[in-house]
Design a binder for this molecule. Structure first.
Ligand code: DOR
Length: 445
């Protein structure tokens, strides 16, 4: 059925304009100040903002292998509620997708249950063990890139071989950079003020940036496209900035928690425990500066759900990983755009445009012929991040209880309304976006 989105401000050519969007058979069929109704189902957007669907290039959907933490169904429902129309799924699964046979179980779950597009990474090494290369050649047709996320590839030789092959296959390497030889045993926070004050073992920034430095040298040698996952340190930002200035094919992402928090904000609660850890105020500010000058390409949540029990051990005893899909945009808008630190357009490029460019994914512009993967935002909303209302099975977020001033109103994937659930367009009907009562983030509008 044809849908007509009216009354919204639409993100085109880097800015917002009052436009109508007609959608039919999964695609945008026209974008214009005024479009014929022609029996379409009219969606009244009441001054909401329409942007290309967000893409999160770093999520953990946990299926197959860890469905008690998250499933493709719950994780992609969370993605839809957060305004994401596509996610790239990390491969620390059981079995890990290190060959086409092992990828099959993940692809089956995606085909069966995904509510948004899911692009699964293949591993770099067999079983993510760092000892032998995965079947990169066999995996390449099915994956946007390769990653051993959750562990750094410790051997430079192994990373060199992976890059040579990935370059030939024209796929990027998405690297979790972590030099284990530079890690203090049992680290649970950033090696900084908070660690010293509380006598906690700290994670040194060098454990990240030394591996970024090693890999950039390998990119120079191999020419492989290389994307650094969850950058957390100012030194990594500086290295990546210099690599880009040199013209190397290096890109990176950081997460909302690294951009909006620092170790002064930590509490002894599992919802503040992740790898890499939340770092110093200087690191946080360097990441924001990197976002502003184009060094940091993408914002990715590293949505990493665990069970309540696994997150109940405080900073020392909880597993690494926090959820992010359902509160990322409201938090980023409130903390960065509303405060004037980062223009909204820069955030949107990092959420919608750059992830697609780097990983070669469809969409990203609101124009005739493009897939109708769209997100509708409210920027005049007052709410609170409330994990109890999340669709994700994971609830641990350092942003729980935060006041936010934006919300996701609607998400369309291939022209279908995937959030809010159960909103069925009917021919010649009309849908009004609900704007009245404020709702908690993650709650039902
Ligand atoms: O905090 C994290 N959680 N960092 C990682 O690198 C892995 C992830 C997970 O899989 O839980």
């Amino acid at each position: 059925m044809r849908l007509l989105l009216t009354g919204g401000s639409v993100f085109v050519d880097g800015g917002f304009r009052p436009l109508e969007i007609a959608v039919s058979e999964g695609r945008i069929v026209s974008v214009s100040p005024r479009l014929p109704r022609d029996g379409a189902c009219v969606v009244e957007l009441n001054n909401c903002f329409v942007v290309p669907g967000f893409v999160d290039v770093h999520v953990h959907l946990r299926e197959p292998g860890f469905s008690y933490k998250e499933t493709v169904a719950s994780g992609t429902a969370a993605a839809a509620a957060g305004g994401y129309t596509a996610v790239c799924a990390m491969p620390n699964l059981n079995p890990p997708p290190d060959c086409p046979e092992h990828l099959r179980a993940e692809l089956d779950a995606i085909e069966r249950d995904a509510r948004v597009h899911v692009y699964p990474y293949g591993t770099i090494t067999r079983g993510e063990q760092g000892k032998a290369l995965a079947d990169l050649e066999g995996l390449a047709p099915y994956v946007p890139g390769f990653s051993d996320d959750g562990r750094g590839v410790q051997s430079g030789e192994m990373m060199r071989s992976a890059m040579v092959l990935a370059k030939r296959l024209d796929r990027p390497i998405a690297a979790h950079c972590e030099d284990e030889s530079l890690l203090e045993k049992g680290w649970c926070v950033h090696d900084g003020d908070f660690a010293r004050r509380h006598g906690l073992p700290g994670n040194s920034p060098a454990s990240e940036w030394r591996q970024v430095e090693r890999d950039i040298a390998l990119v120079r040698e191999t020419g492989c496209r290389y994307h650094v996952c969850h950058v957390s340190t100012r030194e990594s930002v500086a290295l990546i900035r210099a690599a880009k200035a040199e013209g190397l094919p290096v890109t990176c992402e950081t997460g909302p928690h690294y951009l909006c928090l620092c170790d002064q904000d930590l509490e002894d609660d599992g919802r503040f425990k992740m790898n890499p850890p939340i770092r110093s105020a200087a690191d946080r500010d360097a990441l924001a500066a990197g976002l502003l000058d184009g060094t940091v390409d993408c914002i990715a949540t590293d949505h990493a759900p665990h069970s309540a029990q696994e997150k109940a051990g405080g900073l020392r005893g909880s597993l690494n990983g926090v959820v992010g899909l359902e509160c990322a945009f409201p938090v980023l808008y409130t903390e960065l755009a509303k405060t004037g630190k980062v223009p909204l357009e820069v955030l949107l490029n990092a959420l919608c445009v750059n992830p697609r460019r780097i990983f070669g994914l469809p969409g990203g512009t609101i124009a005739e012929g493009q897939p109708a993967d769209l997100t509708v935002l409210r920027l005049d909303h007052a709410g609170t991040v409330n994990p109890a209302g999340f669709r994700s099975l994971g609830r641990a977020t350092p942003f729980a209880g935060r006041r936010v001033e934006a919300a996701v109103s609607m998400t369309l994937v291939g022209g279908e309304i995937v959030f809010p659930e159960g909103l069925e367009p009917s021919p010649h009907g009309a849908i009004g976006i609900i704007r009245g009562a404020d709702r908690p983030e993650g709650g039902t509008p």
